[in-house]
Design a binder for this molecule. Structure first.
Ligand code: 0O2
Length: 212
């Protein structure tokens, strides 16, 4: 490619990155507004914290190759829906659906895919609610619908997923069956923990549980 073409490709790439960053900002603001409303109304924050990431060009290229897709801007735009990622770490189990429902109810948000790994955990024990949504970005000349992957999980689920991800990444060969079983058993303990913390929260907040 000549330098003009490289320049155009680069410009296209930078513009695309800006769109995905804008989409992350929109989702971040929407979620912060919901969280603040809950704080004011019910003295409860459903969101513990959020994390954001733009998929790196290297990860984009690897994923396109893995899926056997052509590495062009057009094909990336059409096929990858997780370039913009927002992770929402909630305090309690019930906060997850509450946040998802309130976000999806908004007029300008449309759901393109939902993977509910909480109702249906993955075989390794991974749990999280994944939503792929489209959010409109208003530019000077046009409006673009931009996909964002939102992963919603509790602090406990996040703890497990972060460590499991690191362990998988660090071990260069496949993890043995024994270790896989132990990781799954940690995931089961975490499920029990989440349920128990939810019950404790509910009792304290409905006044059933009195101080001894
Ligand atoms: P990164 O770096 O976190 O973005 P695909 O995205 O095509 O591979 P699918 O079905 O479209 O698969 O997406 P899925 O399974 O809904 O979500 C994929 C993302 O969820 C992963 O992103 C991880 O962030 C997370 N995830 C899914 N399964 C696991 C798991 O078993 N353990 C952990 N720790 N995280 C998981 P990426 O792209 O793999 O990586």
């Amino acid at each position: 490619p000549d330098s003009l073409e490289i320049n155009e490709n680069l410009k296209d790439f930078v513009l695309q990155q800006q769109l995905y960053r804008a989409a992350i900002k929109e989702i971040k603001t929407k979620l912060e507004i919901l969280d603040e409303e809950f704080q004011v109304k019910y003295d409860h924050n459903p969101i513990h914290h959020m994390e954001y990431r733009l998929k790196s060009p290297k990860s984009i290229a690897e994923k396109m190759e893995r899926k056997g897709l052509e590495l062009s801007a057009d094909s990336i735009r059409k096929n990858l829906t997780d370039i913009a990622g927002v992770r929402v770490i909630c305090n309690y189990l019930t906060d997850i659906n509450r946040i998802a429902t309130l976000l999806l109810r908004q007029d300008d948000i449309s759901l393109i895919r939902k993977n509910d790994y909480i109702s249906n955990p993955k075989a390794n024990g991974y749990r999280s609610l994944h939503l792929i949504v489209l959010v409109p970005i208003f530019l000077a000349e046009r409006t673009e619908s931009v996909p964002v992957e939102i992963q919603i999980r509790t602090i406990a689920m996040d703890f497990w997923a972060s460590l499991e991800h690191q362990l998988k990444y660090k071990s260069h060969s496949d993890i043995s069956e024994g270790l896989r079983n132990r990781l799954k058993s940690c995931a089961d303990s975490i499920t029990n923990l989440d349920e128990e913390m939810q019950l404790i929260y509910k009792e304290i907040n409905s006044g059933i549980c009195l101080d001894e």
